[in-house]
Design a protein around this ligand. Structure first.
Ligand SMILES: Nc1ncnc2c1ncn2[C@@H]1O[C@H](COP(=O)(O)OP(=O)(O)OP(=O)(O)O)[C@@H](O)[C@H]1O
Ligand SMILES: [Mg+2]
Length: 179
């Protein structure tokens, strides 16, 4: 089983993917670890800008002979990876803001991530890149264990119906505040 998990930073991809891989007894792959190990980024100010074309090449090679994995990263929505299932984790902006507040992010980076969640960026991008709709999983108010368990059950039962989130009200409020 080849599973891709993507989503905005802070939605819980790493934690959920690790636990899911444990439940299913298959390998866990972190895109961030590969980026660091292969040094496929350029430092621009406080940001690390990843070379997506090179990442794609390396990931395709890494995954070529693998039949079972859970691979996770927000960049998974930018490059088409071989998969049987693709999930986008979602988190209500209020909860996401709380989760991100514990990180050493600049105010601008936190804003960018919240905006990207409100605009469904990862869902739109996945749909474009993979040419199929991903399964959205709302993690708001849930534990990591509950989310991983739910995904495992969906896979076992071959269910492909996830959640539909709508953060447009939050987006309007946000634009009023900043506009
Ligand atoms: N239901 C949930 N599912 C996943 N993570 C959750 C959940 N509830 C709370 N969290 C917490 O959210 C935080 C962010 O999780 P994690 O680091 O896995 O996010 P990420 O999506 O991998 O972020 P990044 O893209 O920056 O790597 C963790 O502290 C995690 O415990
Ligand atoms: Mg992570």
């Amino acid at each position: 089983m080849r599973i891709v998990i993507t989503g905005t930073p802070g939605t819980g991809k790493t934690k959920v993917a690790e636990e899911l891989a444990d439940i299913l007894g298959i390998q866990f792959i972190s895109i961030r670890k590969i980026v660091e190990k292969e040094k496929i980024f350029e430092v621009k100010g406080r940001e690390k800008v990843v070379d997506i074309k090179l990442l794609e090449k390396i990931l395709k090679k890494t995954l070529r002979n693998e039949r079972n994995y859970v691979i996770e990263g927000h960049l998974a929505c930018e490059t088409k990876l071989p998969c049987d299932y693709i999930f986008v984790l979602r988190t209500h902006p209020k909860e996401l803001k709380r989760r991100l507040s514990g990180r050493k992010y600049s105010a601008a980076k936190t804003r960018e991530n919240l905006l990207s969640e409100m605009l469904d960026y990862c869902v739109q991008r996945t749909s474009e890149v993979y040419r199929k709709k991903p399964i959205e999983i709302d993690t708001t108010g849930k534990t990591v264990g509950a989310t991983a368990g739910r995904i495992a059950k969906m896979i076992r039962n071959k269910k492909k119906k996830g959640d539909k989130v709508d953060y447009s009200k939050e987006l309007l409020g946000y634009l009023r505040l900043t506009g």
